[in-house]
Write a protein that binds this ligand. Structure first.
Ligand code: SF4
Ligand code: SF4
Length: 100
């Protein structure tokens, strides 16, 4: 199980979630190997971008969810229908297959 970042992050991408993640598993926006914290420090241009959570690293603590100003973060099982496409997108960003 993992948390998933969905479409509303695109264009907001303010890294508020990155601040609270205890395992620094929120990555991107362009680099699956780089942490969101590093991206923030580098002053990345968030226009049209979003961050992603590595499903293999997320410990399902839920700390990030209430921090998001645009309600983009959901437990994988609770992603609303209109954002379900973000699940596969999130997994594939890290070269992983989404659960069937
Ligand atoms: S649920 Fe916890 S571990 Fe997973 S991305 Fe959010 S803050 Fe990080
Ligand atoms: S807090 Fe929300 S909008 Fe900001 S980067 Fe995280 S998921 Fe995206």
């Amino acid at each position: 199980m993992t948390y998933i970042i969905t479409n509303p992050c695109v264009g907001t991408c303010d890294t508020a979630c990155v601040e609270v993640c205890p395992v620094d598993c929120i990555h991107g926006p362009d680099n699956p190997e780089g942490s969101g914290a590093e991206a923030k420090k580098a002053g990345f241009d968030a226009t049209g971008k979003q961050l992603f959570i590595n499903p293999e690293e997320c410990i399902d603590c839920g700390a990030c969810e209430p921090e998001c100003p645009v309600d983009a973060i959901y437990d994988e099982d609770e992603v609303p229908e209109e954002y379900r496409g973000s699940i596969a997108e999130n997994y594939s960003f890290f070269g992983q297959d989404a659960p069937a």
